[in-house]
Design a binder for this molecule. Structure first.
Ligand code: SAH
Ligand code: SF4
Ligand code: F3S
Length: 449
């Protein structure tokens, strides 16, 4: 046991945010205190991301800041966790002298031990990947709030040719359904109102015969007032059963993040995405027919090796056909160790930028149009608190994860569901008036007019 203070910063995806809560749980059990003040820290940890070159550059920049801190506080321990730790291993310590601890995503149980090693002057390195670790029995450290993440599986077996994740997070494995449901119950009792189930590819969840639909339904059953979200779905494994489960449970959000990556079958094949655009569109159409009002978001990569302008136009075409609510849009970034790294990164930087800009502009326009069409409709909003811009307004999120802003009033409580009639919209935000602050019954919760 000890009384040292730990400060931790998190980069990358939601899985990393969830992992940070697991790490904090492990460290608190060992007696550490968590601090939000860098100046008070005895140990500084960065939970890192390797997915694109610029993600790693940010971490190097941050390490530069810590160098100054360490020169004024020589006993400070600096640790790198997460995907970059796993990818670069001891090279990180050899290259960056200020790094004392390097621990990958499957070795967090031993983190206290590695930090102890650093306190005695050694370096602590733990980068073994595991086929079984799911941190099932670790209670993540979460502050009270409305929204929580739960990793329901770890790793990825898809090996998209551009992606480091299978290398940084290892093989796919699922956490036990019972322990997930118990965690959801605990969150509901603590007053949480929304849980997001996380995995690189949740549709291949499998725990002794229970598939992802079974897990979703079991989580939805815990508390009808608790919204359930999930991410990410790989198109290859998305079943009809999942679509029917979403449709049948009013508290499962009618929103599917279904990354398409490219609109060209030739590029999809080079990416090893294992579906064609025709198949992808079939899933979208099926989802629309089974789940009334469903919306989608996506990930898109611009400038994958050999991508022609025609390939790029096909990506724009898919975006126009699906009409995503939102998209995460990236320039291709070659990652060492992946299959695509061996292909020539032959798309000039300015072409990548131009294509990405076209993709972003199109998505902005579509998001704007989708939101404009919501003017006059009534949306169920989970109230999150005061709006970022003004204390006269509050904000919350709709079922399809859109931010809605409405005038503040005494009767509106954080964590409650209200109905908002939309009267104005931008590409990113809906604005409206509150028409009901107490929803008549759970059944009415998600109905929109
Ligand atoms: N498992 C999820 C998320 C993976 S990482 C999925 O399959 O969707 C999130 C996104 O980053 C990916 O969907 C992809 O669009 C993007 N990405 C991954 N590797 C990349 C690379 N090397 N260059 C650019 N974008 C990349
Ligand atoms: Fe990466 Fe593909 Fe796995 Fe997603 S599904 S994490 S993009 S390898
Ligand atoms: Fe980044 Fe690792 Fe997530 S590479 S996107 S933190 S899985």
């Amino acid at each position: 046991m000890n009384n040292n203070n730990i400060y931790i910063e998190t980069y990358g995806c939601q899985m990393n945010l969830a992992d940070t809560e697991i790490v904090m749980g492990i460290l608190k059990n060992y007696g550490y205190q968590i601090t939000k003040e860098l100046e008070l820290a005895d140990v500084v940890l960065l939970n890192t991301c390797s997915v694109r070159e610029n993600a790693e550059q940010r971490i190097y920049g941050r390490l530069g800041n810590f160098k100054k801190l360490k020169s004024s506080k020589p006993n400070l321990i600096v640790g790198i966790l997460g995907c970059m730790a796993e990818r670069l291993k001891k090279d990180l310590i050899e290259e960056k002298k200020i790094v004392d601890v390097v621990v990958g995503p499957d070795e967090y149980r031993r983190l206290p031990e590695f930090i102890d090693m650093a306190f005695t002057g050694d370096k602590g390195i733990g980068v073994k990947l595991s086929r079984t670790e799911t941190y099932d029995d670790i209670t993540p450290y979460r502050e009270d709030g409305l929204q929580a993440w739960i990793s329901v599986m770890r790793g990825c077996d898809k090996f998209c040719t551009y992606c480091v994740v299978p290398f940084t997070r290892g093989r796919e494995r699922s956490r036990a359904i019972n322990s997930i449901v118990e965690e959801v119950k605990g969150l509901s009792q603590r007053g949480f109102r929304e849980v997001t189930l996380l995995g690189q590819n949740v549709n291949s969840y499998n725990d002794s015969g229970n598939d992802f639909s079974d897990l979703l339904a079991a989580c939805a059953d815990v508390d009808p007032m608790l919204r359930i979200r999930f991410t990410t779905s790989h198109p290859q494994d998305l079943s009809d059963k999942l679509l029917y489960t979403i449709a049948a449970n009013q508290n499962i959000c009618k929103y599917i993040h279904l990354p398409v990556q490219s609109g060209s079958n030739r590029i999809l094949k080079l990416m090893n995405r294992t579906y064609t655009i025709e198949h992808y569109m079939e899933i979208i159409d099926k989802a629309k027919s089974i789940i009334p009002g469903v919306s989608f978001s996506t990930d898109v990569i611009a400038g994958f090796p050999t991508e022609t302008y025609e390939d790029h136009l096909m990506t724009l075409e898919v975006m126009r056909n699906v009409r995503y609510d939102g998209a995460y849009m990236f320039k291709y970034s070659p990652r060492e160790g992946t299959k695509a790294f061996k292909m020539e990164d032959d798309i000039a930087e300015e072409s990548k930028i131009k294509r990405l800009t076209e993709i972003i502009d199109l998505q902005q326009r579509i998001s704007y149009e989708i939101n404009q069409a919501l003017i006059g409709t009534e949306e169920t909003v989970l109230v999150e608190g005061f709006s970022k811009k003004s204390e006269k307004f509050m904000s919350g999120r709709t079922d399809s994860n859109k931010v809605a802003v409405f005038p503040c009033s005494e009767s509106i409580k954080e964590g409650s569901y209200i109905k908002v009639k939309i009267n104005r919209a931008t590409s990113g935000t809906l604005f409206g008036d509150v028409i009901s602050t107490s929803l008549p019954s759970e059944k009415d919760l998600y109905k929109t007019a």
